[in-house]
Design a protein around this ligand. Structure first.
Ligand SMILES: [Zn+2]
Length: 425
């Protein structure tokens, strides 16, 4: 029996497609002529960065807990590299491949980076006006947020969307975390043991808090849609920012999505509410004025067991059409986003008085800035960060104790009068 296993394995994964005897449906395997492996894609991206040191930089951030390790490569585009710290620039953060099975999204990341480094070109785009637009931007691209989950898919688990230990990275964020709908399926939406239990989500959270983007796009596949907050409610937020988001999405739908993309709140349009998502966190906590989730491709006619086909184009023509349409859409965002938001004004609006950042988040941000400036390694930094956090908490605690002792002394000194509370009610 044991000798038959490798043979069975070969038939399952080496043939381009296989008829499943039970359900009599075809299971499509990954088309290696169209899609890079995760290792090859990251290699190609690093080579691209190496060829364009004037525009691109890359860093790989590693962290882990409970024996589970994760790493995320972040590519930064900035036309004159010495200005990567320039806070006057308009900041855009894009993430791809948060779900392992959505391979097409990581190919789109590579295409966008290739266009940004002028190795590939968009049709009907004037280079001078494009460069003029790009001069004002810093774009951070996370080409493959969920490398461990992606590896499971490449090993044959074609329906896997979660990370390397079975947690959905788009349910592990803190806004409305852990709430479960009636149709909750742990094989799809396991939120983890707590908000930010997963190293990948921790890295992304730090990245978002330190970079403080004006635009965030979380790129997925499975359908064609342009979503704005909220995912955990079936409504969109009120106010002018919401109107601006909707207006930008309408333009994208008309120009690049042939008017058939669904537009609206994730929770209101997709048919289910999603709790603990990245986009809701970006909007509510990081105060990103334009926070989106794009769904760039879906084959709704495919069998629900045929995951590669459900989530990814399987022929060259569709593959190219999707990459062309959506890379153009992103360059429209690069152009219209800053105009729509009227520079830094709206960022100030979104992150005004109601932006409360916890001490942990503040310190994470502070230390991330240090790391960027001096290029220290992440692992070292994580240890340092925990120590500093502990010291800071001890310092706060001892200050409060001292203050309390001081106040009680004064109170004793004036024992004839009652202690008056600072609050009036
Ligand atoms: Zn997805």
């Amino acid at each position: 029996m044991a000798s038959l296993l490798p043979l069975l394995f070969f038939f399952f994964f080496a043939s381009p497609s296989l008829v499943n005897a039970k359900s009599n449906s075809t299971i499509t395997s990954i088309n290696r002529d169209l899609y890079h492996s995760s290792a090859d894609l990251l290699e190609q991206i690093k080579a691209l960065v190496h060829r364009h040191p004037d525009k691109l930089t890359a860093e790989t951030i590693k962290t882990g807990n409970k024996g589970y390790k994760a790493e995320i490569t972040v590519v930064t585009y900035c036309r004159s590299r010495k200005e990567t710290d320039d806070r006057s620039k308009f900041r855009i953060l894009l993430s791809f491949g948060q779900h392992g099975r959505e391979l097409i999204t990581t190919e789109l990341a590579f295409r966008i980076l290739s266009v940004l480094s002028e190795e590939q070109f968009l049709p009907d785009v004037d280079a001078a006006s494009l460069n003029n637009t790009l001069d004002k931007l810093i774009i951070k691209v996370v080409p493959m947020e969920n490398l461990n989950g992606r590896k499971l898919v490449e090993e044959g688990d074609l329906c896997e969307r979660r990370n390397g230990r079975g947690v959905d990275l788009n349910r592990n964020w803190s806004v409305d975390w852990g709430k479960k709908e009636k149709d909750y399926d742990p094989y799809e939406e396991n939120p983890g043991t707590g908000p930010f239990s997963e190293p990948e989500a921790q890295i992304m959270r730090k990245l978002a808090l330190t970079f403080d983007p004006h635009i965030w796009v979380n790129v997925h596949s499975g359908m064609e849609a342009l979503f704005m907050p909220y995912d955990h409610r079936n409504t969109t937020p009120d106010g002018v920012l919401s109107e601006r988001m909707r207006s930008l999405l309408s333009k994208l739908n008309n120009v690049h999505c042939h008017k058939h993309c669904m537009i609206g709140s994730g929770g209101g349009s997709v048919g289910y509410l999603a709790h603990g998502t990245a986009t809701d966190f970006m909007y509510d906590i990081v105060k990103v004025p334009m926070a989106f989730t794009f769904e760039i491709y879906g084959d709704t006619a495919a069998s629900s067991k045929d995951c590669f086909k459900m989530f990814n184009p399987v022929d060259l023509t569709t593959f190219n059409r999707v990459l062309n349409d959506w890379s153009s859409a992103f360059f429209t965002i690069f152009k219209l986003g800053p105009l729509q938001l009227d520079g830094n004004h709206s960022k100030a609006m979104a992150s005004g008085v109601d932006k409360f950042v916890s001490i942990d988040e503040y310190l994470d941000g502070y230390l991330m800035e240090r790391r960027n400036r001096y290029g220290k390694k992440m692992e070292v930094l994580d240890v340092g960060m925990q120590e500093i956090r502990t010291y800071f908490r001890l310092f706060l605690l001892s200050s409060v104790l001292l203050l309390f002792m001081f106040c009680s002394r004064i109170a004793k000194g004036k024992s004839s009068r009652p202690i008056v509370s600072a609050l009036s009610i």
